[in-house]
Design a protein around this ligand. Structure first.
Ligand code: 5GP
Ligand code: ZN
Length: 113
């Protein structure tokens, strides 16, 4: 999709620190980390949000989660971590290409603000 930041990162047009990639997903470090480990995992194919992704391709949604877990393992987050899928305006989504946040490396507070 044109004018999509994460499509541009997937295409290599905008640099990012990629930590893991497969045929259909890419994981890279968030530019503004909210925890010692903060990686975002995106499908290479553009879907606006998790609802669109999971309706169109539930197997790919599963691989997104599995990749997040593999990233957490590779990052050494053996004490735990958090997955976040911000969705829509009230959910705090700012980039409308679905992405799984993988956060960890410190005790995270709950509930979120
Ligand atoms: P959202 O708020 O949509 O759930 O998350 C978007 C995330 O993308 C934010 O955590 C933000 O820091 C991250 N982000 C925004 N622009 C860039 C960028 O150019 N490169 C990287 N690596 N992350 C970005
Ligand atoms: Zn996109």
């Amino acid at each position: 999709m044109s004018d999509c930041l994460f499509c541009a990162i997937v295409a290599g047009e905008i640099p990012a620190t990629v930590v893991h990639e497969t045929d259909d997903v890419v994981a890279f470090r968030d530019i503004s980390p909210q925890a010692p480990t903060h990686v975002v995992v995106v499908p290479r194919t553009h879907y606006a949000d998790v609802a669109e992704l999971s309706a169109a391709d539930p197997a790919l949604a599963g691989r997104l989660l599995a990749t997040g877990a593999a990233v957490a393992d590779a990052e050494g987050l053996s004490d735990g971590y958090r997955f976040v899928l911000n969705t829509g305006r009230d959910g705090g989504q700012t980039v409308f290409h679905v992405h799984l946040h993988v956060l960890g490396g410190r005790a995270l507070t709950w509930p979120p603000g």
